[in-house]
Each structure stands twice: as structure tokens, then as C-alpha cells.
Design a protein around this ligand. Structure first.
Ligand code: DSN
Length: 412
């Protein structure tokens, strides 16, 4: 039977179908992606998309918000309970918007901020010169230690003493190790800085008890809801009560208009799912799978940055295989394995080429794969990259990837 979408817009319907098939039949290893639940998708694809709700629950600018208020109340309450936070703002449309909201609330243009270098694992909004953050604020940056490829808290402390930033940002998009939030707090206290943690990547691990929780240490925590947390695309901010009014005012009316109430409701669903005991098992499995994949790749001769992983992702140095990140990403795409090229610390290659790949296990774990499958995936990656220019090998790997996915289909 044809769906309503098929009838009214066969072109878009076909695109959605083909994307579902792509997600079902190829291996998804992008560290910032996941397969959200049918319940989250149902909330996100609901009539709540129709409602304008500028303001906050019970203080809106338009009428007719009595029902959607309940959705936002629930999302706020569930976010606070999940992370042990005093206040939550669930309206940011994305992680970048969440970060922008924090800067708008707590900084003045030109204020000094210490964040992580983009080319060593930080995020665009942590001060990249091509981003609003780098244009409006005076960012200085820490990286990873040259030999350990891990954060060096003594070095960060020295930099903070020299630079005296108003805010320090902890958090990354491509850092495979646990982050010591207590150490960051100590540094921030010593120099009188605010501490913001960008927990976008690890939010699900925190919710599931597989990574330390930054909330007790940070003034502000931002996160996205769609990565390890497995919710809808979006952002959120957690903060201490003393910053609640400033944060809420910065998000609306400071930088956003009407919240996306269908997404807010879907965030509430995701927070509920992440509070269940089985989510703890999920988070633990994500980390075990990442370790298994990293070990198996190392066994094939890849160099794993920092020697391993403590979280859901790893950075792979491809130079032993004499292939760039760009070529590897393209050839793995052909071979049915979705990844992204990524700079490795002190990468000699340009950012659009890179010497590395970033791989994450959040999505494959949601699909039900375990450590045995991680060994298989490592083998497929090694086979493909050893024969990056042999289309028959890539086709054979694609077939094996498809066979593996047929046993672990996220959207049957
Ligand atoms: N694009 C996200 C990631 O892949 O980590 C960060 O915004």
C-alpha cells in the first residue's frame, strides 16, 4: 500500500526510502551519528511541528501552548534528572546553537576564552577563525601532548595562568580519551574562569554511566541529543541555577525564535529512553566495542592515536597504509563502510585531505553488533584500504559489509 508521502511526493518519498536502505545495508561508523528509535522519530514527525511557542513553558508569546508546554516541561525535568542538573534549556536547535547561547549569556565580545584546537579534536565553535566564536571572542587554544596524544592538564594549567581566560571550554569532537573534569575545574578555579563543558559527543555515555559526569564540576554543560545519546538532532544546555535566567534569555530571544516543539518532544522521549537500565548496558557496550575495534585495527597495522580509546571513538593514523583520510573515506564509501576523514594531531596533510579517519561505535552498537562484529569490521576496513584502488576488492568488501548488516538492521 502506498504511504501518504509516496502519493503526494514520490520524489522525496523515494529519497527517504533510499536513505533508509543505505543506513540498513552499509556499516555506519561516523562517531557523531546514531540510529534513533522509532519512538523518537514518531515524536519528531508529529503535529507538534505546527506550533509556535516563543518563550518558555507557561510564559509564551502566543496562545494555544497549554499542551506543548507539557512536552517542554517533561523534557526539562527529564534532562535535569538524567544528568543531575539544576536547570536545563532544551530549545537550542543544535550543539552550535547551544554553545552560541552560552557565549551570548556569559561573555562579552572580545572576552578571552580557552578551548581545544580544532585540528587536535576541538569544535568549530571553540574558536575557529571561520566561525562566529573565533570572530567575536578572543580564543586561545590548548592541544594534546606531542608524545602521549592526550590532554596534558599541567600544560593547560600553564596556558590558563598565562592567558587568564574568562571561560575555559572542556570537550571535543575527536578526542578518544576520558576527560578529567575535576582537573579542568581546578584550573578554572585557580584562574577565576568559568568552566563550560561541551559534552556533545559523550552525552549518551554520561547518561549511561560510561563516562564521568561533568555536571558536578562545570558551570555550564552543553550537549547534542543525537550522537551517543541517540535522540533527535538538536542541542541542550545544563547549568547551575545562578545562570538559568541568563541562559534562557540568551537562547530566546537572544539568538533563536520559536522552539521546534516536535524536536523538544522527541528530546523528552530520548531522555526517557536514556534513563532506562538498558541504556546503561548500551553505553557500556559502545565503549567495549570501540576498544575492540581499535585493538583489531591495531592488529592489522593501523596506528591508533593515543594508543587506544576510553570512549565511543578512535582516531586512526592511516600513514602505515600509505593512504590519505580523503582517499580512505572515499574508498570505504565504495566498500559500504561510512566513515569520516579526520585530522590527527600534528597532521602534515591539509584539513580536506588529512592523514586520519575518525571511527565511532554508537550506531553499530545500537544496531546490535558486539565485539565479534568489531573484529570483522576491522578486517573489512584493512582489506579495503590495502587495495584502495582495486574495485573488485572494494566490491567484495561491500558484499561482506551488506551480509553483516543484514543480521543487524536498524530499521527493518
Ligand atoms: N559534526 C559534528 C561531529 O561530527 O563531531 C560536530 O559538530
Amino acid at each position: 500500500m502506498q504511504t501518504l508521502l509516496e502519493q503526494s511526493d514520490p520524489q522525496i518519498s523515494d529519497i527517504i526510502d533510499r536513505e533508509r536502505i543505505r543506513q540498513n545495508t552499509t556499516i555506519q561508523l561516523i562517531a557523531s551519528e546514531n540510529f534513533t528509535s522509532p519512538a523518537v522519530i514518531a515524536a519528531q514527525g508529529s503535529v507538534l511541528t505546527n506550533k509556535y511557542s516563543e518563550g518558555y513553558p507557561h510564559k509564551r508569546y502566543y496562545g494555544g501552548n497549554v499542551v506543548v508546554d507539557e512536552a517542554e516541561d517533561l523534557a526539562i525535568e527529564r534532562a535535569c534528572n538524567l544528568f543531575g542538573a539544576e536547570h536545563a534549556n532544551v530549545q537550542p536547535h543544535s550543539g552550535a546553537n547551544a554553545n552560541m547561547g552560552v557565549f551570548l549569556a556569559l561573555l562579552h565580545p572580545g572576552d578571552k576564552v580557552l578551548g581545544m584546537r580544532l585540528d587536535q579534536g576541538g569544535h568549530l565553535t571553540h574558536g575557529s577563525p571561520v566561525n562566529f566564536s573565533g570572530r567575536f571572542y578572543d580564543f586561545c587554544a590548548y592541544g594534546v601532548h606531542e608524545s602521549t596524544e592526550q590532554l596534558d592538564y599541567e600544560e593547560i594549567a600553564n596556558l590558563a595562568r598565562e592567558e587568564r581566560p574568562k571561560m575555559i571550554i572542556a570537550g571535543a569532537t575527536a578526542y578518544p580519551r576520558a576527560i578529567d573534569f575535576a582537573a579542568f575545574r581546578e584550573i578554572a578555579d585557580e584562574v577565576g574562569a568559568l568552566l563550560m563543558v561541551d559534552a556533545a559527543h559523550i552525552a549518551g555515555l554520561i547518561a549511561g554511566g560510561a563516562h564521568a559526569n561533568p555536571v558536578p564540576f562545570a558551570d555550564i554543560v552543553t550537549f547534542t541529543t543525537h550522537k551517543t545519546l541517540r535522540g533527535p538532532r538538536g542541542g541542550a544546555i545544563l547549568c547551575r541555577d545562578q545562570y538559568a535566567t541568563a541562559i534562557d534569555k540568551a537562547v530566546f530571544p537572544g539568538m533563536q525564535g520559536g522552539p521546534l516543539m516536535h524536536v523538544v518532544a522527541a528530546k523528552a522521549v530520548a531522555f526517557h529512553e536514556a534513563s532506562r537500565p538498558e541504556f546503561r548496558d548500551y553505553a557500556a557496550s559502545v565503549v567495549l566495542n570501540a576498544s575492540a575495534l581499535a585493538n583489531a585495527l591495531a592488529g592489522h597495522g593501523f596506528r591508533i592515536i593515543s594508543g587506544g580509546t576510553d570512549n565511543h571513538l578512535m582516531l586512526v593514523d592511516l600513514r602505515p597504509f600509505e593512504v590519505t583520510g580523503k582517499v580512505a573515506q572515499e574508498c570505504l564509501d565504495v566498500a559500504g563502510i561510512t566513515t569520516n576523514k579526520n585530522a590527527i594531531p600534528n597532521d602534515p596533510a591539509k584539513p580536506f585531505v588529512t592523514s586520519g579517519l575518525r571511527l565511532g561505535t554508537a550506531a553499530v552498537t545500537t544496531a546490535g553488533m558486539g565485539e565479534e562484529q568489531m573484529v570483522e569490521i576491522a578486517e573489512l576496513i584493512a582489506t579495503a584500504l590495502r587495495s584502495a584502488d582495486d574495485s573488485s576488492v572494494l566490491a567484495a568488501v561491500r558484499e561482506q559489509a551488506g551480509a553483516l548488516c543484514s543480521k543487524f538492521t536498524p530499521y527493518p
